[in-house]
Ligand binder design. Structure first.
Ligand code: 2P0
Length: 303
């Protein structure tokens, strides 16, 4: 029997960018995400055949550093592991390219541990465990979720059929991890406090827009929130950016499409790739147009 546990990627419409506390992991601002059911990781744990702990992603043995990271995390919620294990994980998401592979991977790992070690945790407990591995992964347990400053994760009801695709700029592993980037912004960005205040307002307005099924407002807030998050990297010391010339080209494409009457909006995370948010009913039209204009890969993230 295929006993893999599946975890999904999620993309924030209001971003988590900065830890108010590291233990437990708490965000500076409330944030909110959409789960991408086509981008997932599946993970299985087995008793090791080699009498050593091992960690594979897409059949590739991971470094000792990656193995230690994952084992330290597991040991936080699985006490007294008295055997060696093999962790096998497969990503449909390119790893560490700002496509939320850490959220899908962490969710899958937490579920796999629950299964293999027979932990019998509730979803609510697994959500809280998950965020200690990768903050944003706690949102992947729900189709739409919010994660609050006090650590609570709530499911958000949304009647709109929201979809996303990714205009791939670069699938390679990013040079700076989101953890390190976030930390640098918290400690050095001169506009970090302003970002937190703006994101709090975005979060409140986003919840209202979702309740009112106001897609235009949802899109508007999504774009301005992503741009603000990225501006904190410019104001950091040393300054840096996840976005490349091609990212800006992709953002322009999205704006042009919108100006021509095909309503869609962009968002970007800790990497150069640009995600496009639209209503499912416009999927074919938007995909057809973007396929003509975007010469690189496009990933369809939702059915
Ligand atoms: C988000 N990101 O809200 C934001 C926007 C990236 C940009 O959460 O340090 O793996 O493990 O808590 O959750 C990616 O960072 O960071 C992220 P940690 P995480 O999706």
């Amino acid at each position: 029997m295929d006993s893999y546990s599946v975890g999904y990627a999620n993309i924030a419409l209001v971003k988590y960018w900065g830890k108010k506390s590291k233990n437990p992991v708490l965000p500076y601002n409330p944030n909110l995400s959409l789960r991408l059911d086509n981008l997932y990781s599946k993970t299985k744990i087995e008793k090791s055949k080699n009498n050593e702990n091992e960690f594979y992603i897409n059949d590739e043995k991971q470094s000792l550093e990656e193995l230690n990271k994952i084992m330290n995390f597991i040991q936080k919620f699985v006490p007294n592991i008295n055997e060696k294990i093999t962790i096998k994980s497969y990503n449909t998401v390119p790893t560490a390219a700002g496509l939320s592979s850490s959220s899908s991977g962490t969710m899958a790992l937490v579920l796999a541990c629950n299964e293999y070690f027979n932990l019998q945790k509730t979803t609510k407990e697994l959500v809280q465990i998950s965020k200690e591995g990768s903050g944003s992964s706690c949102r992947s347990f729900y189709k739409m979720a919010s994660w609050l400053e006090n650590g609570e994760v709530e499911e958000i009801k949304c009647d709109l059929d929201l979809s996303m695709m990714v205009l791939v700029v670069d699938e390679n592993r990013k040079k700076i991890s989101s953890r390190e980037a976030m930390e640098r912004c918290v400690t050095t960005s001169t506009n970090f406090n302003d970002w937190v205040e703006a994101a709090k307002i975005d979060f409140e307005e986003m919840k209202i827009a979702i309740k009112e099924n106001d897609f235009s407002k949802i899109g508007e807030i999504t774009e301005r929130n992503a741009l603000y998050m990225h501006s904190t990297t410019e104001y950091a010391t040393p300054s840096f950016s996840f976005l490349t010339d091609d990212s800006y080209k992709a953002m322009e494409l999205v704006k042009n499409l919108r100006n021509e009457g095909l309503e869609c909006y962009f968002t970007m995370d800790a990497g150069p790739n640009v995600k496009v948010l639209y209503l499912k009913e416009n999927h074919e039209k938007i995909y057809r147009e973007l396929e003509k204009l975007w010469k690189k890969k496009i990933i369809q993230c939702t059915q």
